[in-house]
Design a protein around this ligand. Structure first.
Ligand code: TEU
Length: 553
């Protein structure tokens, strides 16, 4: 297997709005990020994935870009960005830009031109039709918006403020590639490509599955991986990525391992890796719908992650994540954010970081930050949450109490509350009024309390990052799930060049006895890392225990 820095490193995702506010306006900014590079260096991460910092009217917090070559004034200036890049590089930290190119903001000059008249040269930069079809937008309602100036509808797979670009138009593709090269010329180290499997639309916009209680149909089975997607990805590779030592990861909902290989098989010249959604859509949601009472199944979780481990081995590369800015906090979701918070946060991290792939840490995950439960819908900022509250309580007969319970579990704002730096006011995130409420548990859960504490969640992450750098078996080893049917324990073995790694994780609050191992064989193994103060055990796992053993030769 070919070696690469992006296979060996660990990525840390920064959601700038919530990371660190340097000027007291209540919104995180670029200088705030720069001021925390020392913290990230201490954690040992190699790459920062920067959620969008481009100019944006913020209908979807930066995922609606109005100028690809400018920085959002709330976040600072291009000088601030250049300084962040230079300082990160001087510490050996790379920067991955989040590129949102399926759509722009409706305030992007291309769209302003496009909608101004039917014969404007930019008309064809977007997708216009005389009649809408029945697609439902990701954030609710029709995916088409009527524009009275020209009497046509434009397509938007997300909010109506995010019109979809027309990738069939070679001019659009040329402009996007040129802009990407412009960023690379600045010295950035790669891209995370937002919703990239949606850029090629199927001809005729065929209907998907009906969405209960609405006149719409789902886009998920019909609008992903359209007919020209691989042509575009290969063209992007030729035009932008080829010959550069950069990292690329494409965000792709509705992706199976077989489809993912088409994007990340190095021989095909497309991307390094993809973000799939299977373990976050199919292990605790009812019928993949997020507004429900979650019911987590470890059996499904193991089956899905193991399938990805084996299917991509030697054929592509996995990205490993449990959290991002769109997902609830992993410790609240897959672990236990009550009495076992620290131990279960460490267990989840161990389980993920010992797999093959590039691990992604989402800001605050390394502290075991938890979900938030705001009392009222108004306290939520996220456009998806706000729309869903209205849609479900007004049109779908869901009660306020039920919907608030679903929101508490699954809202994207669970991940977006300000980073908890210290026990100071507003968790040390800002001296002003934070744009989104701080989780009141910041007095206990914060970076200042954890960095110097060897037993903290932070230091467990730090150790996982370090181990990946010192043991090639963690990066390159193959993968074997130990018997699948245990509903509480996730155990697997990795092997590489004569070394074997054994990973044992208890996902439950009960003690578990294991007899899946030839204990004799592992007797002399070295305990690499554990979340138990009293050491590891090969056949008894206390609640949420995680042990990793290494056997040489
Ligand atoms: O998300 C794309 C996506 O596929 C959505 O399904 C996403 O999972 C959504 O958040 C569901 O809860 C990307 C970004 O990650 C997201 O933040 C943006 O809102 C979206 O694209 C539009 O740019």
């Amino acid at each position: 297997m070919e070696k690469a820095w992006w296979k060996e490193g660990v990525v840390y995702q920064v959601y700038p709005r919530s990371f660190c506010d340097s000027n007291g306006v209540g919104i995180g900014d670029i200088r705030g990020i720069t001021s925390k590079l020392g913290y990230l260096r201490e954690l040992g991460i190699d790459v920062i994935w920067l959620s969008p910092v481009y100019a944006s009217p913020n209908y979807d917090n930066g995922y609606d870009i109005s100028d690809y070559r400018a920085i959002m004034p709330e976040f600072g200036t291009m000088e601030d960005f250049d300084d962040l890049l230079a300082q990160a590089h001087s510490l050996g930290i790379k920067i991955l830009m989040d590129l949102v190119a399926n759509h722009t903001s409706m305030l992007h000059p291309w769209f302003v031109q496009s909608r101004s008249s039917a014969d404007n040269p930019y008309r064809n930069y977007y997708i216009w039709a005389d009649e809408p079809n029945d697609w439902e937008a990701v954030f609710g309602g029709s995916a088409w918006e009527y524009d009275k100036r020209t009497g046509q509808y434009y397509l938007h797979l997300f909010t109506k403020e995010q019109p979809d670009l027309n990738w069939e138009n070679p001019e659009v593709r040329r402009e996007i590639y040129e802009m990407m090269r412009w960023w690379l010329a600045k010295g950035i180290d790669g891209f995370r490509l937002d919703a990239i499997n949606m850029i090629s639309k199927p001809p005729g916009f065929p209907s998907g599955k009906p969405v209960a209680g609405t006149p719409y149909t789902e886009i998920w089975e019909v609008a992903m991986h359209g007919p020209n997607i691989h042509t575009y990805m290969q063209e992007m590779h030729r035009e932008v990525f080829a010959g550069r030592d950069i990292m690329t990861v494409g965000e792709m909902s509705k992706t199976t391992p077989e489809v993912a290989v088409l994007y990340c098989d190095p021989a095909r010249g497309e991307l390094n890796m993809v973000f799939h959604f299977e373990h976050v859509l199919k292990t605790d949601y009812e019928n993949e719908l997020k507004w429900c009472d979650p019911c987590f199944s470890l059996l499904k979780f193991k089956r899905i992650l193991s399938e990805w481990q084996t299917a991509l081995h030697g054929r592509g590369w996995n990205s490993l994540y449990l959290n991002n800015h769109d997902q609830p906090r992993s410790v609240s979701r897959f672990g236990n954010d009550g009495t076992h918070r620290e131990k279960s946060a460490k267990m989840l991290a161990t389980c993920l970081h010992m797999m093959q792939g590039t691990p992604y840490i989402y800001q605050g995950e390394e502290l075991g930050m938890t979900n938030i439960a705001f009392e009222t819908p108004e306290e939520y900022n996220d456009v998806e949450t706000r729309n869903a509250y209205r849609e479900y309580t007004v049109n779908r007969g869901v009660s306020h109490a039920d919907m608030m319970r679903y929101i508490h579990k699954n809202s994207r704002d669970n991940a977006r509350t300000p980073m908890q730096w210290s026990a100071d006011t507003h968790a040390g995130f800002t001296t002003g009024t934070p744009w989104l409420g701080v989780n009141p548990n910041y007095t206990q859960i914060n970076a200042a309390a954890q960095v110097g504490d060897p037993g903290s969640v932070f230091n467990h992450y730090k150790e996982l990052v370090r181990l990946r750098k010192t043991h090639p078996v963690i990066v390159y080893g193959d993968y074997r799930l130990l018997p699948e049917h245990d509903p509480n324990v996730f155990a697997y073995i990795r092997r590489y060049e004569g070394e074997s790694l054994l990973v044992l994780c208890n996902f439950g609050a009960e003690q578990q006895h294991l007899d899946i191992l030839d204990v004799q064989e592992w007797q002399g193994a070295e305990l690499l890392i554990t979340n138990c103060a009293d050491g590891g055990s090969l056949n008894e796992l206390t609640p949420y225990a995680a042990h990793v053993y290494l056997l040489r030769g």
